[in-house]
Design a protein around this ligand. Structure first.
Ligand code: TRP
Length: 347
């Protein structure tokens, strides 16, 4: 059996089917890149079979917390797909599709809703945390509460077993596995497969303000499509050590966002250690470090940005529609097996 290490402690084998998706609620940023996109490109190239590697844009899930602004969701389907292709996801190696074009997913969702309690969904830490940031905190739409169930449908429809996600999605995958076991036990079958998360080595990237996780809505993220000037401005506004006033002052490395980003994106670990030592001692200025970080990130983002500019909307739609057709065939097959397992086939 071929076992390959993708990130530390995360292996996949030749039988694994990889699947992951994003809600199209905004362009993707460096947090997505380091936390998930980079990993997906490695996985795509490791698996090297588009029938075993699915990446999709979860527009229906996106509506669960943006139902009143569908135009925002639709616009971002294209933007997210541009981000995918510009970082190196390749429609020849991954099946890239749109969730709403696979209606089978929503029938599966309905069957799975019977297998999990409302109380269990309310206890899910991911759902709880998200609810705190939403305006509907005191009056939760059932669609939002149910999104882990719909996610179980996304995962199982493709019999996927390896799911590259951020740490925060782990509890959602646990719910998916509970549904799988409940289904298989209830209907005495083994049609559905359990999955495992593939976590990145850098699960969370702090925002440039140093206060919270990088996020587009908080305006503290460096977007993959930011131009060079915006990138520079964002880096120069990064939180460092407020007590490091003069270059000669000793500075703090912990919690200093410039160092967090250098740790995440700069390959030269030895130089980082030297810079940290100098900074702690005093004599190293923030401007020097910010210029260094700018150079590193601009080098990383320039090819991504350039590729993005070449991608036209027509092409993006053709990729998504073709991918969705292929994905739908797989989901149809699973739905047939599920109906058969339940015993509701009429002919
Ligand atoms: N919940 C994911 C997000 O917040 C998107 C998603 C939907 C997903 N279905 C999935 C991720 C299935 C992995 C597997 O972006």
């Amino acid at each position: 059996m071929i076992v390959k290490e993708v990130t530390s402690n995360n292996t996949i084998n030749e039988n694994d089917i990889v699947l992951t998706g994003d809600r199209p609620t905004g362009c993707l940023h460096l947090g997505h890149y380091i936390g998930s996109l980079q990993n997906r490109v490695i996985l795509q190239n490791t698996v090297n079979d588009k029938k075993k590697c699915f990446v999709f844009i979860a527009d229906v899930q996106g509506l669960s917390d943006n139902f009143a602004t569908p135009e925002k969701v639709k616009k971002n389907v294209v933007e997210v797909c541009k981000d995918y292709l510009s970082v190196g996801l390749d429609p020849a190696k991954s099946t890239i599709f749109i969730q709403s074009l696979i209606p089978e997913l929503f029938e599966l969702t309905v069957y799975y809703m019977n297998l999990i309690t409302v109380a269990r969904l309310e206890r899910c830490p991911t759902v709880k945390a998200e609810l705190q940031t939403k305006s509907f905190a005191t009056s939760v739409p059932s669609g939002f509460l149910n999104y882990p169930v719909s996610q179980a449908a996304d995962i199982t429809a493709f019999k996927s077993t390896a799911i590259p996600v951020g740490e925060d999605q782990k509890p959602v995958l646990e719910i998916s596995n509970e549904i799988v076991n409940r289904f298989n036990n209830t209907y005495n079958t083994n049609v559905l497969k359990e999955c495992k998360p593939i976590l990145s080595d850098v699960p969370r990237l702090v925002g440039i303000d140093g206060l919270a996780k990088a996020s587009k809505s908080l305006g503290n993220a460096i977007m993959l499509c930011d131009d060079s000037e915006t990138l520079k401005q964002k880096i120069f506004s990064m939180y460092t050590d407020p007590n490091h006033i003069n270059v000669s002052d000793p500075g703090k490395v912990e919690g200093n966002v410039v160092f967090t980003y250098l740790d995440a994106f700069y390959e030269n670990k030895e130089e980082i250690e030297d810079l940290k030592a100098q900074y702690r001692k005093g004599g190293l200025g923030d401007v020097y470090l910010k210029n260094l970080l700018y150079k590193i990130l601009d080098e990383k983002l320039t090819p991504i940005r350039e590729k993005r500019l070449l991608l036209k909307e027509d092409y993006i739609y053709s990729v998504l529609i073709e991918g969705s057709k292929e994905a739908r065939e797989v989901a149809k097959q699973t739905l047939n097996e599920v109906r058969e397992a339940i015993g509701i086939v009429y002919k």
